[in-house]
Design a protein around this ligand. Structure first.
Ligand code: GAL
Length: 790
């Protein structure tokens, strides 16, 4: 057989140009006309057309004015400046006080003549805003959802070879919001150019499930859409091969079929995996399905699908993964991160998930929208269970189409354990809402019945049949009025999930309430919105009521927008366990103490209380030891038994010096935390997450920047501004410091430290080589770092 790989899915992120602001669309589509008005042979003059062609005299592609080269993923909103305008956003401050607007993208590309006759398509994984796409002047379509991708068949309108270059133009109108958090604007997820033979696996055309799993074997059901776009029936062979995570052959099955012309035929096949290796967060074992379609002995298409074998069981008593009772230790998260808005290179997505995993988290709720596809790939590989969420309760044809796309796109990911239909919709508990929810849940079950449906509700649990429409009823903040407990007793067939909890507001490194600056103390519970509870309470609620199955803390990371409990000058939320840079807040260590086994002890606050000598300072301890001893300047302040799933509190008269918390298990010291009163800022330290990077123009290094005293201790109250110089094969991607009231730009070469820390992210070039990073600050010793990309 000819094993030439005919399917090509090329990353299409390079060489885009961006224009901020609206443009007349007359050069794309003329009023009253449809189709390729700019591709009609006349090739009218006009700004859009000019760059479509090579300059006759210089032979170069002119870069038009007001258009800048950008790297996709791209979010232009984060490049703007915050404005204290309550009308920006769906609620005052909800989108982080950043103006959105309209932007245009365009890109030129060549397609070889040999591709003529194939099926070509362009794929956008996510464009935030209403996107309209033209190719060579032909209108391809308009797409509304910023969270569900769109793809267009471009086979007929491509210019092949000598016909000329192709120009694609995307208008993005980000003026309309879909949610109440920062959403960004632009082509913020990957783009792809796909080429296949006319006989190929359909779009999202494989579905792998494991209906029967035992220790001895897993039965695997494979459904494949064979799509024939030739003008005539095709006899073909469909071969499905399973390989293990080392690429070794496991099983295969081949069927012959006739694919009718212009028909998408679904073929069902069964194979079995002997002694299956199960997927779990502890051991995320992955298999791969390799699908081949052959006609007349020639392979026409090869398509790969990653999947896993695991069983899920949700009951009134909780959740079991592979038969093992498992508490879901989850966080809810939006998409953004410091420095980049919502345009996260894959490396940042992986970094965020890794930080959550290190905290002991085993579950991720993609609130309140579908995630980027790469996030799910990483969750599969890393071992993170996912609640995949539909954007909203929407039974319109478009709403249903978006939901279907979500399920088709994602249903092979072993990481996904639940489909969430909606979050806190106004129609919860209402009959109309119940009807819409029924339609969404039934649509979902029809496409994938292997995971339950969920509604993440905050009211109406017992109204008008609403809750009966989903398999699992979500309780957002259900513990507030013990609604979850009473409903568990009253509704004997109801399966429940603590779908959202906490919303505990703390600011990293802040220990004194400061309403003017918009800071919440890191002592949990001191200052929070009325509906919130502490993370500590949320976890204890689950321990007391395991029928809630899990806890999904709002949120893993601070996010832009929704600056509760304040508004301006705050521009981002304080709900995170980590700040917008992924720097841990103190509460992170509470979760480490209850979610991880490795002995640890954590101490708050810092020990720089100059001027407060002899005043009582609240000291809190988080630890997974069974007792903790505190000592100050060599004197023991006593030992206290650790409170199960809680924290210890001391009141310590302040004196500068060294304070030490020592954790014991059965009398043996297992962990120690020392905090000292520091000197004044003296030097900068640059700490990279890795020193060797990939020279692929997408890799990112996370450089933690700290302000240190002469002894090398982080000065916890420092806010020095640091400027960065990056030389060699990388560029600054963005900066941040986790200060929820910072109005400094994230796209910059400088940043103030916030309580001792700020973050610099650099992105590699495609050229390998050395990278030199310098941190400079007036009055401080500079720092230099050398990294390498290869
Ligand atoms: C929830 C909501 C979240 C967020 C949170 C803030 O009710 O689902 O999106 O707004 O409150 O506490």
């Amino acid at each position: 057989m000819d094993h030439q790989k005919k399917r090509v899915k090329e990353n299409f992120d390079a060489d885009w140009f961006f224009h901020k602001g609206d443009l007349p669309v007359k050069y794309a589509v003329k009023a009253g006309m449809t189709g390729g008005i700019t591709d009609n042979g006349k090739r009218e003059d006009g700004e859009w057309i000019e760059i479509a062609y090579t300059d006759k005299e210089t032979g170069e592609i002119p870069i038009p004015k007001d258009w800048n080269r950008v790297q996709i993923p791209h979010d232009w909103v984060v490049e703007g400046n915050v404005v204290n305008d309550p009308d920006l956003g769906s609620r005052p401050g909800s989108h982080g006080y950043l103006p959105t607007g309209i932007g245009f993208y365009r890109k030129m590309f060549a397609i070889q003549t040999e591709d003529l006759g194939k099926k070509l398509s362009i794929h956008f994984d996510g464009v935030m805003g209403v996107s309209t796409v033209w190719l060579n002047g032909h209108l391809l379509g308009t797409h509304n959802s910023g969270y569900i991708g769109v793809h267009y068949d471009i086979s007929d309108i491509i210019r092949y070879g000598e016909e000329g270059n192709n120009v694609i133009v995307v208008k993005v109108d980000a003026n309309r919001y879909e949610g109440w958090w920062y959403e960004g604007g632009g082509i913020y997820r990957h783009t792809w150019l796909q080429k296949t033979d006319r006989l190929h696996v359909g779009h999202w055309g494989t579905y792998v499930t494991t209906p029967h799993v035992t220790d001895e074997s897993a039965e695997v059901m494979i459904r494949t859409i064979v799509h024939n776009e030739y003008e005539g029936d095709r006899l073909c062979e469909l071969k499905s091969t399973l390989v293990d995570n080392e690429g070794k052959f496991v099983a295969s099955v081949t069927d012959s079929l006739t694919a009718g012309w212009f028909i998408q035929k679904e073929v069902e096949q069964f194979v079995s995996i002997p002694v299956p290796q199960l997927w779990s967060p502890d051991r995320p074992y992955l298999y791969k399905l390799v699908t081949e379609i052959a006609a007349e002995g020639v392979i026409m298409d090869t398509y790969e699908t990653t999947f896993g074998v695991r069983t899920l069981a949700f009951t009134r008593n909780g959740f079991a993964l592979n038969g093992k009772p498992t508490l879901l230790k989850g966080t809810c998260n939006h998409q953004d991160f410091a420095g980049v808005g919502v345009a996260l290179p894959d490396r940042i997505i992986a970094y965020k998930l890794q930080l959550l995993k290190e905290m002991g988290c085993n579950a991720y709720r993609s609130a309140h929208h579908p995630p980027t596809p790469e996030l799910l790939d990483i969750c599969d590989r890393l071992g993170m269970m996912v609640i995949d969420e539909n954007r909203k309760l929407d039974g319109s044809p478009e709403g249903i189409a978006d939901l279907k796309s979500l399920i088709y796109r994602d249903r092979n990911h072993p990481s996904i354990i639940l489909w969430c239909m909606e979050n806190e919709e106004i129609l919860e508990g209402k009959v109309t809402g119940a009807r819409i929810l029924r339609t969404l849940a039934t649509t979902t079950r029809k496409l994938d019945a292997t995971r339950p449906t969920l509604a993440a509700m905050n009211h109406g649990w017992n109204g008008e049949g609403y809750s009966d429409q989903v398999d699992i009823v979500g309780y957002n903040y259900g513990q507030r009025k013990l609604q979850d407990v009473t409903d568990h007793q009253a509704y004997l067939s109801r399966i429940m999930l603590g779908s959202e909890s906490a919303s505990s507001t703390t600011t990293r490194g802040i220990y004194v309430l400061d309403k003017e600056k918009g800071y919440c103390p890191a002592y949990e519970g001191v200052f929070m919105p009325s509906w919130s509870c502490t993370v500590e309470k949320a976890w204890n609620d689950l321990l007391a009521h395991p029928f809630l199955t899990g806890v999904f803390l709002w949120t893993g990371f601070d996010y832009r927008g929704e600056p509760s409990p304040y508004r301006w000058p705050c521009v981002n939320s304080h709900f995170g366990i980590m700040d917008t840079c992924g720097f841990p807040k103190d509460v992170y260590f509470y979760l480490k103490s209850v979610w991880t086994e490795e002995p640890m002890v954590h101490f708050l606050p810092h020990w720089n209380w100059h001027g407060q000598e002899n005043e009582l300072i609240d000291v809190w301890i988080y630890s997974n030891g069974d007792s903790v001893e505190l000592s100050l300047n060599g004197r023991s302040l006593g030992t206290m038994p650790m409170i199960e799933a809680g924290h210890l509190e001391w009141k310590v008269p302040y004196e500068p010096g060294v304070i030490i918390a020592r954790a014991y298990k059965e009398g043996v010291a297992v962990a120690v935390k020392q905090v000292e009163t520091t000197g004044t800022p003296y030097t900068i330290q640059l700490q990279p997450d890795r020193t060797v990077l990939h020279a692929d123009s997408t890799d990112v290094a996370f450089i933690t920047v700290t302000i240190r005293d002469e002894q090398g201790h982080v000065v916890p109250i420092s806010d020095n501004e640091v400027s960065f110089v990056v030389e060699g094969e990388a560029t600054i991607l963005g900066v941040g410091n986790g200060n929820p009231s910072s109005h400094e730009p994230d796209k910059a070469n400088r940043r103030r430290a916030f309580n001792g820390y700020c973050l610099l992210m650099i992105q590699t070039h495609s050229q390998a080589g050395e990278i030199v990073v310098r941190g400079i600050s007036v009055g401080l010793l500079s720092a230099e770092l050398r990294l390498r990309s290869c």
